[in-house]
Design a protein around this ligand. Sequence first.
Ligand code: MTE
Length: 322
Amino acid sequence: MLIRRKKGWEIPERDTTPQSVYQNRRQFLKGIAAGSIGATAASLPISSALAQGAASTADLYPVSRNPAYTVDRELTEKAKALTYNNFYEFGSHKSISQAAQAMNVRPWTVKIDGLVENPIEIDFEDLVRKMPLEERVYRFRCVEAWAMTVPWSGFPMKALVDFAKPLSGAKYVEMETASQKDTMPGLRQFWYPWPYIEGLTMAEATNELTMIATGIYGEELPKQNGAPLRLVTPWKYGFKNIKSIVRFTFTDQRPKSFWEDINSDEYGFWANVNPEVPHPRWSQAHERLLNNGESVPTRIYNGYGDYVADMYKGMENEKLFM
Ligand code: MTE
């Protein structure tokens, strides 16, 4: 039986962390930004760890930015986006960037299966080299009410769906994160329903905004941000953005995601950003920008309604936004 324990990101950090620790962390981040802390985030062995003894896709980056996707916010400082993470496989706190360097990301096999014409197991490098790579700047909103703005490199998920050739019965895509018992200490926390699973409807998976990210800030994706490939759905809360994907399964059954499995009263399938629907334990009306801690109003669908609102018409009775 699963023991339902409330953990880290279910509560805004300021409510869970003693103020002194929180302030120290902020000073630490400021230090990184000012370049005053020598051997920390700025010098994480990210690229070297990726390349260690294995082929790399570093030659693919940077890729050209698609000017159609711009935002009205400053980019988040790279050091912050790369050191303030949620990746429960490496711990239920934000400072997992060093621990995540242990993850083995080469070789990396991606399985595409279920209701498809082309079930396949393909090496990540072969896959990414077939895909149309571009950079897009998107806002990102975590359910914990912090937000960042980052340049992702990657490809539209529609390209992967086209590659898989789904059968007409496919209604959803279920995605699964790697389970590496040797490198992921979080997997020993048996009360979580590992592996991390997420899912999208076919309409969501093929929406023009939906990306499979393989890079960030013009470089290969670092391990802590979900190397070598992760989902990016900017109109949904961050927990939908599953990292380090090893499997895409096309199915006629709605997937039950990791967080929905833990607490379905608080985390649903849709998870669309909505300032008017509070999380049962905190408001979603505002968000705290990672760059400067400024609090700004949250927008419906995280400001992406023009691209996505049509997909949810007629679904007013669904448990839509949490
Ligand atoms: N994917 C996996 N496999 N494990 C996780 O714990 N956390 C999610 C999402 N994807 C998570 C995950 C949550 S809660 C958030 S907010 C984002 O990753 C954080 O992405 P970032 O660390 O790149 O900012």
